[in-house]
Design a protein around this ligand. Structure first.
Ligand SMILES: NC(=O)c1ccc[n+]([C@@H]2O[C@H](COP(=O)([O-])OP(=O)(O)OC[C@H]3O[C@@H](n4cnc5c(N)ncnc54)[C@H](OP(=O)(O)O)[C@@H]3O)[C@@H](O)[C@H]2O)c1
Length: 326
């Protein structure tokens, strides 16, 4: 019988275990996907640890909100997709019963998009969440334009690296922020026009230096925490700050720049909008085609090593996505 990863109680990585579940027939307007690979996301870690944004029904909860695979069966009424099509699973809202940490799942047909040509299963698994989040926050929500100076915190992370690439695809100017001088070279190689290392320089002052004194047009922040007030001073008058994450769990300080427009971006909300998903899929596929957008894979695990994959995520030393092949 096909294998799935489940957990019966919340806790450390060791609560995850392999179980077997029968294959389910897709309902009307659903597809069944034979999963080939999925990424391990910080959200999965939060859900497993009992910090889910919404309650999860235990025992025997599944995990995994995204992944990639091949269409295995079509429910009635599904058009435009065929058995054998490689697809991305873009969001699985009822992950506790249909999560992607499994050999098979069934999802509404609206929750898959074609896998961009040029990505294999591992690359595709590392691609969607990071790049959709960067695209949604910068382009859909903040209206990033060519020539904009875009300051990107946690730029070494998967969303940060995707944001550098998305800014380059638009013709904006990505300025990366890292806490470590040792990562400057790799961020320049990743496409940043400039890199600010906060272990040796002040972020607001350095941003002004890189923007001819004006400040950043747009800031994408995945950190929040007490550093938010100082970060906001890096924006130009009338600039925009879009927050996507909360890597620093301490309470966020109030931005000290009163002229800022502030957005809080949640990709899940946009993923329910078919028009945004269609635009994002087209933008992201075009970027893969031209080579501007590419996934960053840190390490690949097998399904049987799911506990090790979560332990590795908890160490926080990855540079790019942690992918599990099924
Ligand atoms: N809004 C959404 O829809 C959405 C979607 C996906 C992810 N997210 C969130 O976005 C955030 C980033 O996700 P990710 O996958 O890119 O994470 P990631 O790959 O784990 O990012 C790790 C990088 O962030 C930096 N970092 C870590 N902790 C930090 C801290 N306390 N202060 C400053 N920098 C820190 C580090 O870079 P340096 O050492 O170089 O500083 C580290 O290399 C997470 O909070 C995630 O939950 C949100």
């Amino acid at each position: 019988m096909p294998r799935v990863v489940v957990f019966d109680e919340t806790g450390g990585p060791e609560v995850l275990r392999l179980a077997e579940e029968p294959v389910v027939e897709p309902a009307a307007d659903e597809v069944r996907v034979r999963i080939e690979a999925f990424a391990v996301n910080p959200l999965d870690q939060m859900i497993r640890a009992g910090q889910s944004p919404r309650p999860v029904q235990l025992p025997h909860a599944r995990l995994g909100v995204e992944g990639t695979g091949v269409i295995d069966a079509l429910g009635s009424g599904v058009t435009g997709l065929a058995v054998g099509d490689p697809v991305l699973l873009i969001a699985i809202p009822d992950f506790e019963t249909k999560g992607s940490y499994a050999e098979y799942t069934t999802v509404p047909a609206s929750r898959v998009v074609p896998r961009p040509a040029g990505l294999d299963a591992v690359g595709a698994a590392a691609f969607w969440v990071a790049h959709f989040t960067a695209y949604g926050a910068l382009v859909e929500r903040s209206g990033m334009r060519p020539g904009d100076h875009v300051l990107i915190t946690a730029a070494s992370g998967s969303v940060g690296r995707a944001a550098i690439q998305v800014a380059n695809q638009i013709g904006a100017v990505p300025i990366a922020v890292t806490r470590q001088t040792g990562k400057v070279r790799s961020l320049l190689d990743a496409g940043a026009a400039a890199v600010i290392a906060t272990d040796r320089e002040d972020v607001a002052e350095a941003t002004r230096r890189h923007t001819g004194g004006a400040g950043a047009d747009l800031i994408l922040d995945a950190v929040m925490g007490p550093g938010l007030a100082e970060l906001s001073l890096a924006a130009r008058l009338g600039g925009t700050l879009v927050t996507v994450g909360w890597l620093d769990p301490r309470p966020a300080s109030f931005p000290a720049n009163p002229s800022l427009t502030i957005h809080r971006y949640m990709g899940f909300a946009d993923l329910a909008d078919p028009a945004i998903v269609r635009r994002a899929a087209a933008f992201l596929a075009a970027g893969v085609r031209t080579g501007v957008l590419r996934p960053t894979v840190d390490r690949v695990f097998g399904l049987a090593d799911i506990v090790e994959a979560h332990r590795y995520l908890e160490k926080g030393t990855q540079a790019g996505k942690i992918v599990v092949t099924v």
